[in-house]
Every structure is written in C-alpha cells, then in structure tokens.
Design a protein around this ligand. Structure first.
Ligand code: SAM
Length: 247
C-alpha cells in the first residue's frame, strides 16, 4: 500500500451532498458502457425475475432492473442514498442495511443479485469474501450474481465521465489501496475514494466465497456512440463478472 494511501477508508456515499449529486447520474457516456450489455447478459444467464440490487445507491441500478421486468429489492449501507432512492421511486422497496447484514432477507429467494460499482467501495479481502459468501445464502444453486466493478485501468486514464490525472499515485496502487477519481459528470466534483482491486484478486475472493466465474466482460465503445470518447474505444473502464455457486 502506498504511504499516501494509508488513510482510513470510509464510504464517500454516506453524505447528503454526494447522494444528491449522484442521484442525477444517468446511463450516458462512460456509464453507458457499464449498462449497455446488461440486458443481453441477464437474458443469457438468469432464469427468474426476483432480484436484489446490492449497493443500490439512489436507485439507478434498481430502476434499471425493474424496467427489464425484475421484481427488485434495493439495499444499501448509506441512509443518504436510500432516502433519495425512496423519493425517486415511491413504489419501490429499499432497505438500509448494516455492513454485510442480510439477516432480514429471505434465504435462497433471489434469482439474481446485481452489484453495480458497490465493491469499488468495499475494503479488505475479508469483507469482500464475507459479503460474497452472504450472497450465496440468498440465491439458489441456479442463481446468478453479477458483479460490475471499475476496471483497474479506470484509475490511471482519462474518460468521458471521469478524470484521474490529478492522482498520478494511482499508477502504483495495489489491491486494497485507496485510489481517487473524479466524476466530471457530477455537480459534486470532490474526488471519490475507491478501493483498487486487481482482477486476479477478485478471482481469489470468488473462489474463497465458493463462487465460480461463468463469464467476464470488458465492454468497449464502438466509436459509433454519440459521445466524445477519450479511451473507451480501446480500454475497458469496467469489468462485469457473471458468477454462480460452485457445484
Ligand atoms: C457508486 S454507488 C452505485 C449505486 C448504484 N448501484 C448505481 O449503479 O447507480 C455505490 C453504492 O454502494 C454502497 N455501498 C458501499 N459499501 C456498501 C456495503 N458494505 N453494503 C451495501 N452498500 C454499500 C454505497 O453506499 C453506494 O450507494
């Protein structure tokens, strides 16, 4: 871990100003590539319509699943984010949970668990393994987990929706280090503090949580989209893992 990055990690989304700014984000620009392929992936790998959105934030990913026909419960650790999710979707079901506490959720009842960007904000191997092991209790053997996370490269390049050039120290980040990134689409341009995690170490987390990778996607832009891409046509900003329980 870098000397500079040794500060204590805290979830930046437990903050009213950040939550309000985040709630304005849509599915465009760099975020377009995070969500573009999900409908196809979900059709291919899920066989039921009960979904859990882990780290639902202000509900963007929950509403996305609902629009695809999934009966979706959104859960998040941040009261500030959940409050806005409820305001934006008064008919939806959103719960604030304590860290890794799934005790209020029925076991083996979700066909799909989506986690969109949430693990970027979850520190330590132990915590990640504990949460993925918890997911295993919530899905049947046929259930699917989709873990959409920032790719390691996102923190060292420029993007239509993000900048990292003020943080050259990101280049030396190792798994578990804190890295900084600014979402230029947001009204709140304070840097976001994320946890850097290599693909190799994600594979270790899954294996230790008794999960297997069914497929890994690295979505690239084609260049035909109506956005001013910077690196998106040649470097994937996101990694999408499709996971199942080990047999
Ligand atoms: C970048 S936001 C993503 C929100 C949403 N999934 C979306 O696509 O717009 C990440 C969310 O993960 C939540 N989060 C971080 N750690 C968490 C934890 N241990 N349990 C549940 N939610 C967590 C944060 O509070 C934040 O709302």
């Amino acid at each position: 871990m870098n000397k500079e990055n040794k500060t204590e990690f805290s979830n930046v989304y437990e903050d009213t100003k950040r939550a309000e700014a985040y709630s304005k984000l849509k599915f465009d620009k760099t975020y377009y590539l995070a969500y573009r392929d999900l409908p196809k992936i979900l059709t291919q790998y899920t066989s039921g319509y009960n979904a859990l959105d882990f780290g639902c934030g202000t509900g963007r990913s929950t509403r996305f699943l609902q629009a695809l026909g999934y009966r979706t419960i959104g859960i998040d650790i941040s009261e500030e984010m959940i409050t806005i999710a409820r305001q934006l979707d008064t008919a939806g079901e959103y719960h604030r949970i304590d860290d890794g506490d799934f005790s209020r959720l029925p076991s083996s009842s979700f066909d799909l668990i989506l986690s969109a960007f949430t693990f970027d904000n979850i520190p330590t191997m132990e915590k990640k393994i504990r949460i993925f092991s918890g997911f295993s209790t919530l899905i049947p053997q046929t259930g699917t987990i989709i873990n959409l996370v920032s790719s390691p490269e996102i923190y060292t390049h420029e993007w239509a929706s993000f900048t990292t050039k003020e943080y050259p120290e990101n280049k030396h980040a190792k798994t578990g280090d804190i890295v900084r990134i600014i979402t230029t689409d947001l009204a709140d341009i304070r840097p976001c503090y994320d946890i850097f995690w290599s693909e190799e170490d994600y594979a270790t987390v899954y294996s230790k949580a008794n999960l297997r990778i069914i497929k890994k996607y690295k979505p690239l832009a084609t260049g035909e989209e109506p956005y001013q891409w910077i690196n998106e046509t040649r470097i994937a900003p996101w990694t999408i893992y499709v996971l199942r329980k080990k047999t």
